[in-house]
Design a protein around this ligand. Structure first.
Ligand code: ADP
Ligand code: MG
Length: 269
């Protein structure tokens, strides 16, 4: 290699470090070879190099956001079979997957009995948000309750915590309704919802219809004031029907009864 080429190489090495663009450092030489053989213009080469850096940065950003969201498992909307959920508004679900509700700080409420896929859809929408560049935080209602209580009891206080949570554009509160809250926790939840009103999105899943949220918050007035703020700009998706777990188990059982040409193994002679 000529001394000139070596000098350029080390200059680029310094510059990509200063710019914090390691991908450029990794790909520029190979792309330069391609550019020469393919006869790319200088502009085409620059575009190709920058494109690789941006693609890598976006992928890394998504991975960081997914890790930071603390989802309880890996679920995607693509794996959610809407045939099992005949009542669900598919158009609404598809619209939510586009994440424009987050840009508008709107909320999503998923209501239905256990096993119908509420947590699955919540994680799936959270993943879409991470891909779209929005920071997400996932926890159960009782998880949030202890986080808010800890912040309330700490020296920094609840106000500071609510302010910190603003950096998450989507807060997911899973399983509201399984455990009732004491008065202080109910109050902290109300403050959370009030602080995010028209500022940041909340996605809540619950096994209880709105009419029964008073049981969770120990007070119908607090519950309805909260529901008011939540649903003012919100998509409420009722998810009914049978538990996916029981349904698939039953289908597996009935398939083995009808599809087995030999009949039940217990009948074989
Ligand atoms: P919920 O939160 O409503 O109690 P989950 O989301 O935990 O229900 O769903 C229970 C299990 O069934 C999960 O493993 C979930 O991935 C699966 N599941 C539920 N509904 C569907 C569906 N329509 N398509 C695919 N998997 C589903
Ligand atoms: Mg659940």
């Amino acid at each position: 290699m000529s001394t000139n080429a070596t000098r350029i190489e080390s200059t680029i090495g310094h510059l990509v470090k200063a710019l914090k663009t390691p991908t450029i450092g990794r790909v520029y030489a190979d792309l330069a070879t391609t550019a020469r053989t393919e006869g790319w213009s200088h502009e085409e080469y620059l575009a190709a190099v920058l494109d690789r850096q941006v693609t890598d940065r976006e992928a890394n950003g998504t991975a960081l956001r997914v890790a930071g969201a603390h989802f309880p498992g890996v679920k995607t909307l693509e794996d959610f079979n809407t045939d099992y959920q005949p009542g669900i508004r598919r158009d609404v679900l598809a619209h939510l997957a586009g994440c424009s509700f987050i840009a508008k700080a709107e909320n999503v409420i998923l209501l239905g009995p256990p096993g119908v896929g509420k947590t699955h859809v919540a994680i799936g929408l959270g993943m879409k948000a991470c891909h779209a560049g929005y920071p997400v935080a996932f926890d159960t209602a009782s998880g949030w309750a202890s986080r808010l209580a800890a912040a309330h009891d700490s020296r920094t206080g609840i106000e500071k915590e609510l302010k910190r949570l603003r950096r998450y554009r989507l807060l997911i509160i899973d399983e509201l309704g399984y455990l009732p809250f004491d008065t202080q926790t109910a109050n902290l939840f109300f403050q959370l919802v009030a602080a995010r009103y028209e500022q940041g999105s909340i996605l809540i899943t619950s096994n209880l219809s709105f009419g029964r949220w008073g049981e969770v918050f120990g007070d119908d007035t607090v519950a309805s004031a909260m529901i008011d703020r939540l649903v003012h700009h919100a998509e409420v998706l009722p998810m009914d029907g049978e538990s996916y777990r029981t349904r698939t188990r039953r289908e597996m059982l009935s398939e083995s009864e009808t599809d087995d040409p030999e009949g039940s193994i217990f009948n074989r002679r």
